[in-house]
Design a protein around this ligand. Structure first.
Ligand SMILES: Cc1cc2nc3c(=O)[nH]c(=O)nc-3n(C[C@H](O)[C@H](O)[C@H](O)COP(=O)(O)OP(=O)(O)OC[C@H]3O[C@@H](n4cnc5c(N)ncnc54)[C@H](O)[C@@H]3O)c2cc1C
Length: 402
């Protein structure tokens, strides 16, 4: 076992931290208050080679290990959940899925520009009547000659207005239930595609989330990812990577809560002493620290398994569930430590509390992860090997044939 960061990982952490401090922190309160998604941040992430951190160099990425992606997500979410969410859907849910399941043509055409940050990618699974219950989705893909015709809609899609490419899940055979779902690459420019942002969100207001619609969208048959009927498995394995980034990001929220709370503990005095000297305040600080350290260990174990090329659905689910709960609790306590001031946007902690709620819901709700963990422990659930696996790290020179 190795618990220390490599020199390269330390450098990435420092680079993202500096970027967040200089280019996100000074503006984020305003962007959040206005509900403004600052797309120039995505361009800057691309310039810094952060949109394809763990994608092999031969596919346009930086070729770093999977835990380097976790470090990027931690540091980005220390700034705001919105930008970590962007990396989660772009890299975790979309690019890593193409790396695992895409054929060589799809990798060259879609993964390479995504990993370079020249094209932005998103992930369309959830529908108005299908969230946790994925098999309830209603979008259909009917084969006509060399195309599939897609009809339906998706909701709560991160980067709905910003992404160029979407992985979209649709039924090619409804009678086969979840074994009749297939996965497609859909481009924004395809005729019949449209999107619309959702307004009035509780948190992640500096992010872009909304609906996407397919009105007889003609998708070339070459854009089918994997085989017909393999979409459910592809979606679930995509979530193994998305959840990993969400869990890592939650560590960033806890770091931000700790930083704000420690500063406030030093500034505020009651009953003749700094509030940090009151044991009940110390208890909240100690819980944040414990949450951060436990979450990080779970995240890095999951990343280590990915580096080994091993299945990690169980470990990633545990990391995602626990880290997001800890982050939500840390943000709640951070507001508590700030008293009434924490209830206003004069301090950042109210934003942390609002932002920390969505990760407890998306990529598997707290309840779904609780059930998964119980099922594993009770022996009701076992993971079978997948037809395609994420390449182990360090990458071999040619991952193409894996
Ligand atoms: C900010 C944000 C961004 C998002 N981005 C994306 C995205 O990019 N792409 C995408 O595809 N989706 C995205 N989502 C959607 C998200 O993944 C879903 O909201 C999530 O899967 C939950 O589905 P649901 O909202 O339909 O809730 P439901 O599934 O309807 O659940 C409602 C409640 O019932 C509980 N519940 C459901 N089933 C069970 C059960 N069997 N046992 C016990 N309790 C149960 C749930 O835990 C929850 O408390 C996003 C959501 C948000 C909030």
């Amino acid at each position: 076992m190795e618990f220390s960061y490599s020199e390269e990982q330390e450098m990435v952490r420092k680079m993202v931290r500096d970027f967040v401090d200089k280019e996100i922190m000074p503006y984020i309160a305003e962007w959040d208050a206005k509900g403004h998604f600052e797309t120039s941040i995505i361009n800057r992430l691309a310039e810094l080679d952060l949109m394809g951190v763990c994608i092999p160099e031969e596919y346009g990425g930086s070729g770093m290990d999977y835990n380097s992606l976790a470090i990027v997500c931690e540091e980005l979410e220390r700034g705001d959940t919105a930008f970590r969410t962007a990396v989660s859907v772009h890299t975790g849910l979309n690019s890593m899925t193409l790396l695992q399941w895409g054929n060589e043509m799809q990798k060259q055409k879609y993964l390479v520009p995504q990993a370079k940050g020249q094209k932005i990618a998103a992930f369309g699974l959830t529908e108005p009547n299908a969230g946790s219950d994925v098999a309830a989705l209603q979008t259909t893909a009917v084969k006509e000659g060399d195309y599939y015709i897609l009809n339906g809609s998706k909701t709560w899609i991160s980067l709905c207005d910003a992404a160029d490419h979407f992985l979209v899940f649709a039924y090619t055979d409804k009678s086969a239930q979840h074994k009749g779902i297939s996965c497609f690459i859909v481009e924004r420019d395809m005729q019949g595609f449209s999107s619309k942002a959702i307004k009035g969100k509780l948190g992640i207001r500096a992010g872009n989330t909304g609906e996407i619609f397919f009105d007889h969208v003609k998708v070339p048959k070459e854009n089918l990812v994997g085989e017909e009927g393999e979409g459910f498995k592809i979606a679930m394995s995509a979530l193994d990577n998305g959840r990993f980034t969400v869990a890592a990001g939650a560590c960033g929220t806890i770091m931000a809560c700790l930083e704000a709370s420690i500063k406030y503990c030093e500034e505020r005095t009651t009953f003749g002493k700094e509030i940090g000297k009151h044991q009940l305040v110390q208890q909240m600080i100690a819980k944040m620290e414990a949450g951060l350290q436990m979450s990080r260990l779970l995240v890095f174990r999951s990343g280590w398994l990915k580096n080994q090329g091993k299945r990690n659905t169980r470990e990633t689910s545990l990391a995602k569930w626990q880290a997001c709960d800890f982050a939500n609790e840390a943000a709640n306590d951070a507001v508590q430590i700030h008293g009434a001031y924490g209830y206003s946007n004069e301090y950042p902690v109210e934003r942390y509390l609002r932002n920390s709620k969505a990760p407890v819901i998306y990529e598997g709700t707290r309840e779904i992860h609780t059930l998964m963990q119980a099922d594993y422990v009770l022996g009701y659930r076992q993971d079978k090997p997948l037809r395609k696996t994420l390449p182990a790290w360090p990458y071999k020179e040619h991952t193409a044939n894996i």
